[in-house]
Every structure is written in structure tokens, then in C-alpha cells.
Design a protein around this ligand. Structure first.
Ligand SMILES: [Zn+2]
Length: 489
């Protein structure tokens, strides 16, 4: 029989092979579709071996259940992707010569000058969620069923059936009522400031905010006027220079900056083998947005490259998103910090002030939008809601936190909500922890911690622990630091 060590070796090999194929696909190289399918099958088998053979460590049990539910619903996920391209499609409008569909919708929204056209497409797409909702329903039902089959495996003592939300909470190591309270508190604190700032933001986009002006539309449009000040900054070179100067080692991190036609448009990081083979894909598009996302992905890369190779397989690889995103957000925060931006040559004071204001607005938007998204997803699982009930609840939550009357079906058009089990609250948790971590660094190493090698050393030491991270060292999950930054003007 396979022992745990042997199991881990096989799982890591499969994981690396699969990530490598995904990397090739996203980079726009030839990749072997058959290989990807075979590897997915092998991953399902190795996960099934785990749940049959072992019940510890819990991290691997949970990730195996997640893998099983993902592989078994893969055909439904692929079908959903296909329908989003073929059925969620505009009758009247084109983008770059192609009919607007779900896949190029965000690009259409960020370039289309005529607001009426955006409104028509939005309304049409909301109606067309009827083509994808049965599939979303079926896939989530199946995932729920798979989790409940492992109830006694996860909960050895109690007989309570487990659902996918329980799995998520266990891996994030947070209780349901604590998470709910955290998200609700954040949302409530951001509500009024968000509505006040919405007036300022409306001036920037040249119209009053309406239901079809979503988070992603704002995120693109709001930086348009200041983009040109960043056009001479090379994000890869600058972030690397900063981090190397405080001792980060980039020898295990590969940046691919060439432009291939089939390359994925936004920066993305792959952990092919932790800590030895980390790859970032990057393709230049819009200057400020790229700077932010390039810093974000580099944060992921230095995290993975700093993980201690002597840790066990699961400590090295199976950290939750609420941990992973701390470091990406920490590095991304530099792109909103006027002191740092001055250091990299953005010296126009008016531009720096604007950067801060616009980012504060986007942070508020992030909180109110993600609060509604998170609470909706939590109730969907815990109260076993139908798709119809979920859409009505979503309508109420969006109205409550954002003050806008958005048709509830919109959640099915989001890129994460109809696909992943939870995912969204992890960003909120990590944003709080990243603010706390930066505070910790500032207290010890000064306002400009990014020029202090000792700060680099400290960050590396925190990162090196993988899933065994000591969060208490810098975080009480205290939202005050994060909230005070964005509420004060
Ligand atoms: Zn990230």
C-alpha cells in the first residue's frame, strides 16, 4: 500500500505536469490538449486514492475532495464556458469585428463611448443568463452532493453533513459566524463613504453611476486620465529592482514578456514547482492597470520562491487563498503609495494625489461589491438556495451595500461567482492582513520599508513557512487599519 510520502510525491509530480501544461496554454504556445485531459484524470485518481486511504492531514483531505468535485464537474464547467461564448451574445453590437459575447464583454465596456450601447448589452446579457442558469445549478448541486458523501471522513465525531462552504471555512481556518461578521462589518463601514465617493467617481466617468456601470467598468475607466504618466514605467523591471534591492532572489522566477497572439491578456503567475520553478506571464496593455497587476503577480511569485523546501508537501503547496493573497496585495499596495511612486519616478504631485483618491474609491467599491458577493455565496451554500432565490437575495444585498438596483441575475455573468465554490471572501481577509502586515513592517523598519534589506528578510521569513504561517505575528484580523486608510480623505 502507498504510504503518505509516496502519495505526496506522485501528487506533486502530477501537479507540476499539469501546471506546466496550463502555463504553455496561457502563454500562447502549442500545448497538448490530450495531455491536459489525461493529467486531469490522473489527478482525480490520485485524489480518490487519498480519500480511500488516509484521513490526515486534513489539508490534503480537503484539497482531495475539492479536486474530486472539480474533476467530476469538469464537463459541466467546459459546457458553461462554451455557452457563455455562444449564447450570451449580443444581437446588435460588435467589438473588434466580433459579435460582443461574454468573453469580450469587459473589453467592449471599457472602450465603448456610447453608454446606451453598454446598457442594451447589459440588459440583453442579464436576460440571456437563462441559457446558463440550469448548468450552474446542476454543477453546484453535483459539487454539493460530492462533499456530502465525505461528511463522516471530514467530521469524524459529529454526524452533521458537510457542504462545500464547510470545506472552505476549514481550509481558511475561520468559523462561519466570524466570517459573516467580518464581511458584514466591513460592508457596513464602507456603505456611506462609498455612496459619497460615487459622486466624485461619476464626474470622472462623465455620467451618474447606474446599474450597468459595474466594478470592472469603473476599474478600467477611472484611471484613463492618468495612464499616460505611467507609460514610460516598465513594471517588470521596476518591481524586480525594488525587491532585489531588499534581498529577494529572482533566480527561480521566470518572466515571459513576449507578445504572442494567443497569450493570456492579464499578468498571471504559475507555481510549477515550489520553490524552484515559478513563472509569470506578462503582456503590456494599459499602463497603470498593468503596473498594479504585475506587482500583484510578482508578490505571488516571491512568496512561492521564498517557501522553505524542507517543509512537507502540504505545507509547501496547500496554503489557502486568504494567506496567498496577503503577499500579492502587499506588493500591489506599493503601486498606490505616493512615497513609493516618487521613488520610481512618478513625481507629478497632482497625479499622485489623484492616484490615491481613485484607488480609495476602488477599494470602497471592492468592499461593498465583495461584501454582497460573499454574503450571497455563503447563504447559497448554507441555506441550500435555488438559483432564483439566490438572484433575489443578490439583488437585495447589492441594493443594501451599494445602493444600486442591479438585476440579481448579474451574479451569473461574473467570472468567479458562478464557477468557484467560495473564493471571494478570501480577498477581503487577505486585504485586511496585508494592511496589518504593512503596518507591522512600517513600525519596525520605517515608512519606506521597501528600501530596508531587514524588512525584506522579515517578509521572507514570514513567507517561508507556507501553510504553517504564523499569522499572529502580524495579524489580529483587525479591519481598522485597512478601513482607516480608505475612509479618510
Ligand atoms: Zn492574486
Amino acid at each position: 500500500m502507498l504510504n503518505l510520502e509516496e502519495w505526496c510525491e506522485i501528487d506533486e509530480t502530477l501537479y507540476s505536469a499539469e501546471t506546466n501544461e496550463q502555463y504553455l496554454q496561457f502563454a500562447g504556445y502549442d500545448y497538448d490538449r490530450k495531455n491536459i485531459e489525461y493529467l486531469a484524470k490522473m489527478k482525480l485518481l490520485i485524489s480518490e486514492i487519498f480519500v480511500r486511504t488516509f484521513s490526515q492531514p486534513k489539508t490534503l483531505l480537503l484539497s482531495s475532495i475539492e479536486n474530486i468535485s472539480e474533476s467530476k464537474t469538469k464537463p459541466l464547467e467546459l459546457k458553461l464556458h462554451e455557452l457563455r461564448g455562444t449564447r450570451v451574445k449580443s444581437k446588435d453590437f460588435k467589438f473588434n469585428g466580433k459579435q460582443v459575447n461574454w468573453n469580450n464583454w469587459r473589453q467592449f465596456n471599457s472602450y465603448e463611448k456610447d453608454h446606451k450601447k453598454r446598457k442594451i448589452v447589459f440588459d440583453e446579457f442579464v436576460k440571456k443568463t437563462k441559457y446558463i442558469s440550469p448548468l450552474i445549478n446542476l454543477r453546484f448541486r453535483k459539487i454539493r452532493e460530492i462533499y456530502s458523501n465525505f461528511s463522516d471522513k471530514v467530521n469524524e465525531t459529529s454526524k452533521k453533513p458537510i457542504n462545500p462552504l464547510d470545506g472552505y471555512l476549514l481550509s481558511e481556518k475561520i468559523g462561519l459566524s466570524d466570517l459573516k461578521k467580518l464581511v458584514t462589518d466591513l460592508g457596513q463601514r464602507a456603505e456611506t463613504p462609498f455612496r459619497n465617493e460615487l459622486r466624485y467617481a461619476s464626474e470622472l466617468i462623465g455620467k451618474d453611476a447606474e446599474y450597468y456601470d459595474d466594478f470592472y467598468f469603473f476599474r478600467n475607466r477611472i484611471f484613463v486620465g492618468i495612464e499616460k504618466y505611467f507609460s514610460r514605467t516598465n513594471p517588470v523591471r521596476t518591481v524586480r529592482k525594488t525587491l532585489e534591492s531588499i534581498g529577494f532572489d529572482f533566480s527561480k522566477i521566470k518572466f515571459d514578456i513576449s507578445d504572442r497572439p494567443n497569450k493570456y491578456p492579464s499578468p498571471i503567475c504559475f507555481f510549477v514547482k515550489i520553490p524552484d520553478d515559478i513563472r509569470v506571464l506578462y503582456k503590456s496593455e494599459s499602463p497603470y492597470f498593468n503596473l498594479q497587476s504585475c506587482y500583484h503577480e510578482t508578490g505571488h511569485a516571491i512568496h512561492a520562491a521564498s517557501i522553505d523546501r524542507k517543509l512537507s508537501y502540504w505545507e509547501k503547496y496547500k496554503f489557502p487563498m486568504g494567506v496567498a493573497e496577503i503577499f500579492s496585495i502587499l506588493i500591489e499596495r506599493l503601486t498606490r503609495n505616493p512615497l513609493y511612486l516618487k521613488d520610481i519616478g512618478i513625481t507629478n504631485d497632482k497625479v499622485l494625489t489623484e492616484i490615491v483618491l481613485r484607488n480609495k474609491f476602488m477599494e470602497l467599491f471592492f468592499i461593498v461589491f465583495y461584501a454582497a458577493n460573499s454574503l450571497m455565496k455563503m447563504e447559497f451554500w448554507s441555506k441550500n438556495l435555488t438559483i432564483y432565490e439566490t438572484s433575489r437575495l443578490y439583488e437585495k444585498l447589492i441594493k443594501r451595500y451599494m445602493g444600486l438596483e442591479v438585476p440579481g441575475e448579474y451574479w451569473m455573468l461574473h467570472h468567479i461567482l458562478p464557477e468557484s465554490i467560495m473564493y471571494v471572501p478570501s480577498y477581503m481577509i487577505a486585504a485586511i492582513r496585508a494592511a496589518e502586515l504593512e503596518r507591522h513592517l512600517i513600525n519596525r523598519f520605517g515608512e519606506k520599508w521597501w528600501i530596508e534589506p531587514a524588512a525584506g528578510e522579515k517578509i521572507k521569513q514570514i513567507m517561508s513557512k507556507g501553510d504553517d504561517i504564523n499569522l499572529n505575528e502580524f495579524s489580529k484580523l483587525d479591519q481598522n487599519i485597512f478601513m482607516k486608510e480608505i475612509i479618510s480623505r
